[in-house]
Design a protein. Sequence first.
Length: 232
Amino acid sequence: MVIMQAIFFDLDGTLTESGPGIIKAVQYALNKMGCPETDPQKLRFFIGPPLLDSMLRFRPFSQEEAEKAVELYHAYYCKEGIFDNRVYPGIRQMLKDLRTSNVKLAVASSKPEILVRQILDHFGLSQYFDEVVGASMDGQRSKKAAVIEEALRRLGLVDLRKQVLMVGDTASDVNGAKTTRLDCWGVSYGYGTVEELRTAGAAKILATVPALEKQLITLQSEWGETGEKKSF
């Protein structure tokens, strides 16, 4: 008998619309580094993946320069960008509804964990989660796969990973889930495209929060009634 154990959610682009604050912080950092970028559309890919990786992808920075850009980003973001953000409509009710079952809920984000917790506390979302995991400040845990693995460890689900579902909005989420042998559903209302999610191998792609909730509640119900894993 296989029973659903947990649902892991990405934060940026999945639970909250955090793009404005993130992009402004990136623009601040790039400006300070002497390579300003005024078009926010060119910076959308910074939302979700590890920040250092995105800095190295955007400009031919050296490792030292990229790390400096990340420091500048955080200097701005922690003061002015962190709450330039909002919870997607319907997310709060979805989490409340999901809490009615025994399935554990967790956040697995590539954002530094201290910031993830601040954002969830600020928006009153912390109460819905059994665990919150983000990147470590020392850089040892930054990739999505490492974050997911830590979430599995903290919840005691390392040997039950096939009973855990990841939900995220970018290829980074899907790839991290695949690396850790989790199934992943993509949400196209965030910052990744349907094509990106499909190419990465998302098991299902949902266009709206209501559609996501409906599918998650249905999945919960099916698993709860039969005790057997249904197809993601």
